[in-house]
Design a protein around this ligand. Structure first.
Ligand code: FE2
Length: 583
């Protein structure tokens, strides 16, 4: 699909038409002065100064305002972001008065708040859906803190967070989890209930935090057990309400309250399989850019992100890095915002001239350069890419001779992947770990300098985490499991239950535990570790160190890789039908 109009023109126009209309006009004029080129962040920041707000204790609401819980995120050695959003009527726009509301916060060394180390007041503005993002500074490294908010007489739930170790510090261990893909209708967030009880330093969310579909458009093989409120989301208000519906879930809230999170998105935070400014299908680029602006803003509003990630027009800076002492450098990637359109009509296909075209990009030039520069400078024991889409080669076609690859994953951007692999190979890296979401199943793979040569150098390993709920109950294995593992020998593990992945990291060893549930369509499932793999920098690749049979749960299903794509197609057809009916 060719871009008919320059993205900059569109952004400029939609800035004027949509985004800035939401801002308080008087504050905006006093603060920033000019529309063009002014970021939303600057506008909000400047509009806070000198504005009259009610005295802090005068605020009172008929209903409890902290219905969406609390969160913390993007920790640094001396700072962390504390998040909440005031919403007395969360599924209907929040229900808050259309004015700025002061929110008090405090952070303490103990959960009873006897040793409060800092407190302050942050303004919850209607421009950002009455969310607050407190950037607490001057904290101690590698230290646990407790925090809470207060508005009027109401206290929020208490959250627990932790700062990162001092930069460059010799760190002996790290324990973290990663999760992705939480289609609300497909199942309960039982995985988060269990995750909240783990002893973790950090959590990564690798995308598909919300799904954009209307009620029962995207149906899981085991049937939907909850229902999206409202039709397919398109406007800022729609995206806010959808985030609020997901965030009303108590299990999700408990996992947010228990650990600092580092989040990145995939496609469904905006729309299935979008690429940069190109929608899935049946939408103009113009309509889509407007939609992306709304989606990005709502995402920022609901995530514990730093101000540096505040949307700037139609763009949002989400790729960033975190150093866990000298143990690991995490590179959090954004594989949606800057990518070339999917090749081969975004259909599962063999490689073609289009998918092999070296001018196509997945990260965009700037992010790719940033990644390679930082990898080049990194002296950490591990270099970790926290990202969305399957990195290793994966032929899920009927045979090695009739390959099918996902055009939405790195297999659809072969030269872009090769640039990273060649770089790692040239540097003789053996400590590259890729963390992945997106495909609603657990996979474990060695990362080879050449996926077609099993004797080539092992650069590291990829751990693909299953979904929290997307896809429904799943099974231990699928109909295509044996074939895919046989024709992709670098891939060592597959499992199709729901859950999350826990990693325990030391300077010499990386242990990954696939934590799974036998079902998500009813409450009460126990968590177990289906398998544990260890990767050491010894050129032996992944070693399975333990495996269990998961009690209950289906042993195998009739599903195959293509079924997920078909379910999305069915959802899209339902949307089209509905659209026809309303036109
Ligand atoms: Fe997903």
């Amino acid at each position: 699909m060719a871009k008919e109009r320059s993205i900059n023109d569109l952004i400029h126009r939609f800035n004027e038409e949509t985004l800035h209309k939401d801002l308080d006009r008087r504050d905006f004029l006093q603060g920033a002065g000019k529309v063009a080129g002014v970021s939303l962040g600057m506008v909000i920041a400047q509009s806070m100064g000198g504005v009259q707000v009610k005295a802090e204790d005068e605020e009172s609401f008929n209903e409890y305002p902290f219905t969406l819980g609390v969160a913390s995120g993007d920790p640094l050695p001396d700072s962390v972001i504390l998040w909440t959003r005031l919403a007395i009527d969360p599924l209907n726009g929040g229900g808050m008065p259309d004015r700025k509301i002061p929110v008090q916060w405090e952070i303490a060394r103990d959960e009873n708040f006897r040793q409060v180390t800092q407190r302050g007041t942050e303004i919850a503005s209607p421009n950002l859906a009455h969310s607050v993002h407190v950037d607490v500074k001057d904290l101690e490294p590698e230290t646990v803190y407790f925090y809470r908010f207060k508005v009027g007489q109401d206290f929020s739930p208490v959250g627990k967070t932790k700062t990162l170790p001092a930069s460059g510090a010799a760190v002996s261990s790290l324990s973290f989890a990663f999760a992705s893909c939480q289609q609300y209708e497909h199942g309960y967030y039982i995985a988060y209930k269990h995750m909240a009880k783990e002893d973790l330093d950090l959590v990564f969310h690798l995308g598909d935090y919300i799904y954009e579909y209307g009620p029962d458009e995207y149906v899981s093989p085991t049937g939907n057990v909850r229902t999206h409120k409202g039709p397919e989301i398109r406007s800022l208000e729609d995206y806010r309400n959808r985030h609020a519906q997901y965030r009303s879930d108590k299990d999700l809230q408990s996992a947010h309250a228990a650990f600092p999170w580092v989040v990145t998105w995939d496609d469904h935070e905006v729309e299935n399989n979008y690429a940069n400014d190109i929608p899935e299908k049946d939408q103009s680029v113009e309509e889509f850019v407007k939609r992306r602006i709304a989606a990005y803003q709502a995402y920022y509003e609901h995530m514990p992100l730093r101000q540096s990630s505040m949307p700037n027009g139609a763009d949002m800076q989400l790729y960033r890095d975190f150093s866990y002492g000298n143990l690991a450098n995490f590179f959090v990637l954004d594989t949606r915002q800057y990518r070339s359109d999917q090749a081969n009509g975004d259909q599962s296909s063999p490689q073609t001239d289009e998918s092999l075209d070296p001018s196509r990009t997945l990260l965009g030039d700037e992010q790719e350069r940033w990644l390679l520069d930082h990898l080049d400078q990194s002296g950490a024991h591990w270099n970790v890419l926290a990202q969305q889409i399957f990195f290793a080669k994966r032929n899920y076609g009927p045979s090695p001779e009739e390959p099918l690859y996902s055009m939405d994953g790195w297999d659809g951007y072969i030269p872009a992947r090769q640039r990273i692999i060649d770089f790692a190979h040239k540097k003789t890296m053996d400590n590259l770990i890729v963390l992945t979401g997106d495909v609603h199943a657990n996979w474990g793979s060695n990362l080879l300098a050449d996926f077609d040569d099993l004797t080539s150098r092992i650069l590291g390993a990829e751990f693909v985490g299953t979904s929290i709920s997307s896809g429904g109950n799943g099974a231990d294995k699928r109909a295509d499991t044996d074939r895919i593992l046989a024709q992709n020998e670098h891939i060592q593990f597959f499992n199709d239950y729901r859950g999350y992945v826990r990693c325990e990291v030391t300077p010499t060893s990386w242990k990954t535990d696939y934590r799974v549930l036998p079902f998500v369509t009813k409450q009460g499932a126990d968590i177990s570790t289906r398998a544990s793999f260890v990767y050491e920098k010894d050129q032996h690749g992944l070693k399975e160190v333990s495996a269990t049979v998961v009690p209950q749960g289906e042993a195998s299903s009739s599903e195959v890789e293509e079924d997920r794509h078909k379910a999305h197609d069915r959802a899209h057809n339902k949307q089209k039908k509905k659209q026809k009916q309303t036109n």
